[in-house]
Design a protein around this ligand. Structure first.
Ligand SMILES: C[S@@+](CC[C@H](N)C(=O)[O-])C[C@H]1O[C@@H](n2cnc3c(N)ncnc32)[C@H](O)[C@@H]1O
Length: 234
């Protein structure tokens, strides 16, 4: 990582590294997809450019199984909701899925019902509130839905980020900090993007979490409590 960061400072080498990393990432995506395809059923769920990457799904599933995560929250529903629910149905646990778009949430709900997974997941529709400082979920509605529950795994894959607000996911750190168990993992998806890398820097300095960037093996940054030892997930 130190060598990569040094290379990134030299424009021509940085461009070469980016191309090289994407090629490696694509290889990892294919391998992950082959691996997790064993968990897919015949009821095809659309996999689009907005969907989570297969590399991230592999890391999430590994984290749940290897580090025995059982109390899960995710921001941003989709393929991730189905995979997490399938694993938790087998292993036990509870799962809150937060979604900003009601229509999208209902589509995911129909797939959960079809697979008999609707009892594993509490889906909550929380609209985005645009304030001067943030463009995040309505805090009142979120607090009402989550209550005093604590989590050992959080996936931050929303709100939808845009060029004007690349840091929209930042408030998730502040929201989660008092709602995490003693041992936890917070997964920030899309860590190959500059916006998410800046969020990671802010969380590290504000929240004092240990951070590991898995790019390009997976496009995920993982945050854990400092000093806790956990098993390898990639
Ligand atoms: C990065 S996506 C979340 C992806 C989700 N965790 C998954 O596993 O696919 C962020 C948001 O995009 C919106 N969205 C629109 N079309 C989507 C699609 N085809 N797949 C996933 N999310 C979609 C949803 O509101 C979602 O919360």
């Amino acid at each position: 990582m130190i060598i990569r960061n040094t290379i990134r400072k030299i424009p021509i080498l940085s461009k070469w590294l980016r191309v090289h990393e994407f090629a490696e990432f694509r290889r990892n995506e294919i391998l992950s997809l082959i691996h997790i395809s064993k968990l897919l059923n015949a009821n095809y769920f659309p996999w689009t450019n907005s969907s989570i990457s297969p590399t991230s799904i592999r890391l999430i599933i590994n984290e749940i199984i290897i580090n025995q995560r059982r109390e899960v929250i995710e921001f941003g529903a989709g393929i991730s909701t189905l995979h997490i629910a399938r694993i938790l149905k087998d292993k036990g646990g509870s799962f809150i899925s937060v979604e900003q778009d009601r229509q999208w949430m209902d589509l995911v709900a129909s797939y959960l019902k079809h697979e008999g997974l609707d009892e594993v997941v509490t889906q909550v529709h929380v609209p985005i509130e645009d304030t001067l400082t943030d463009n995040w979920y309505s805090l009142g509605k979120l607090e009402e839905s989550v209550g005093s529950k604590k989590f050992d795994l959080a996936l931050v894959d929303a709100p939808v980020s845009c060029l004007a607000r690349p840091d929209v996911r930042t408030p998730a750190g502040e929201f989660l900090k008092t709602r995490l168990m003693e041992d936890f993992a917070v997964l920030l998806d899309d860590i190959d993007r500059e916006g998410e890398q800046n969020i990671a820097k802010e969380w590290c300095s504000e929240l004092n979490w240990h951070y590991r960037n898995y790019w390009p093996q997976a496009s995920v940054g993982v945050f854990r409590p400092k000093g806790k030892v956990s098993f390898a997930v990639i």
